[in-house]
Design a protein around this ligand. Structure first.
Ligand code: 5AD
Ligand code: SF4
Length: 363
């Protein structure tokens, strides 16, 4: 029998009300309809492939003070590290030799000359030791247009910068209100990234204190409006050494944040058929194999964490962050098995660029 959900799912374009209805689905039958539709669209438009990005959290030193994040600069309990070049090189070689088409270099945000020049070097040697073959995504925060350009010229071709929330009021509830944390500058940074030529990614956290279903619907509409190439969304997970922890009693249960994230993914896949959507690590922090549920709802990117063990525990953005030793053969085999069981295939030795990027650039 056709119901309201069938009607919405058959529409070409969702309005805000439709998105809110879909986000509010609770019964299993309707959820299945939503996820099946999203998965079929993924299969048709981007294939049921998984693109791997080897994640290297190369430094957790950060000049920012986001109120939700365990490595914010005011958290003096966080042990700070900068991975030495020889270990970074080893990690890049490991990724390349094992068929990861791309890597993500992630760090806290620093805009000083030393940091920028160090990343210049990392890009230069990463390309060199992999015969120019490794694809490079950066996730190093807001930088000047000039810095973005420099890194692009040195071979980085994707950049992730989550907007975190598109509700400006909420943005200033979860960030300090100072010039170091400007919502408008973050939007500008996303524009700069696109103008530089990067395949550009953004995303939000789901289940934040004060966040509403309307906010989440607006987030999805924002991704579409700015014509983004890649999205990574994850549930917000509290961290006890951060100011936002004071609001933990007003949060929905973690499993609900997880379920809401999976619905966000499915709706986004239907709205933006040919972008790349990642199954974020935070999904895995709440539900064992949570990333696989993401795949079934429309994601096509997984970022196994290749950060060496002795550092990984210090990149502690939130509680229960899984410290999977995914660079070990044993863990990797398990991941591959889970992906196959979920119905997908890993694309080895390919960059796995978002099809959307090439389409929007050919118009
Ligand atoms: N819960 C979930 N995600 C978090 N991030 C930072 N802190 C948390 C948290 N407590 C995410 C942010 C950031 C990305 C690197 O990690 O979205 O952009
Ligand atoms: Fe720094 Fe990013 Fe954490 Fe904010 S979310 S404190 S910018 S590492």
């Amino acid at each position: 029998m056709e119901n309201n959900i069938d009607k919405i799912l058959s529409k070409k374009i969702f309005d805000k009300k439709n998105i809110i209805t879909l986000l509010s689905i609770t019964n299993d039958e309707d959820k299945k309809k939503l996820f099946d539709k999203a998965y079929n669209i993924k299969k048709k438009h981007v294939g049921n492939y998984v693109h791997l990005r080897g994640l290297l959290e190369f430094s957790n030193i950060c000049t920012k003070n986001c109120k939700y994040c365990g490595i914010r600069s005011d958290n003096k309990k966080a042990y700070r590290y900068d991975i030495p070049d020889d270990e970074i090189k080893k990690c890049v070689l490991h990724a390349w030799e094992n068929g990861y088409g791309s890597m993500v270099f992630q760090s806290g945000e620093r805009k000083d000359k030393n940091f920028i020049e160090h990343l210049n070097d990392i890009l230069i040697y990463s390309k060199k030791i992999t015969n120019n073959e490794i694809g490079i995504t950066l996730s190093c925060g807001e930088q000047s247009a000039e810095t973005y350009k420099k890194w692009f010229e040195l071979g980085a071709h994707r950049y992730l910068l989550r907007i975190e929330t598109t509700n400006e009021d909420l943005y200033y509830k979860i960030h300090p209100k100072d010039k170091n944390h400007s919502f408008q500058e973050r939007i500008q940074a996303l524009k700069d990234l696109k103008n530089t030529g990067y395949q550009t990614g953004t995303g939000v956290m789901i289940g934040l204190p004060f966040q509403t279903i309307e906010d989440l619907a607006d987030d999805l509409i924002f991704f579409k409006d700015i014509d983004i190439d890649m999205v990574g969304m994850g549930p917000y997970i509290e961290h006890k050494d951060t100011p936002l922890y004071n609001y933990k009693d007003m949060l929905m249960p973690q499993i609900e944040r997880f379920n809401l994230t999976i619905k966000m993914i499915a709706i986004l896949r239907i709205m933006m058929k040919d972008i790349n959507i990642a199954s974020s690590t935070a999904l895995q922090a709440i539900v064992k194999n949570g990333r696989m549920q993401g795949l079934k709802a429309g994601t096509n990117v997984i970022m196994p964490n290749l950060t060496p063990t002795k550092y990984i525990e210090n990149y502690f953005l939130y509680e229960n962050k899984p410290c999977l030793k995914e660079y070990s053969k044993e863990y990797f085999k398990l991941l591959e098995k889970n992906i196959i069981e979920a119905g997908d295939t890993i694309q080895y030795y390919k960059w796995g660029d978002p099809i959307h990027y090439f389409k929007r650039n050919s118009i």
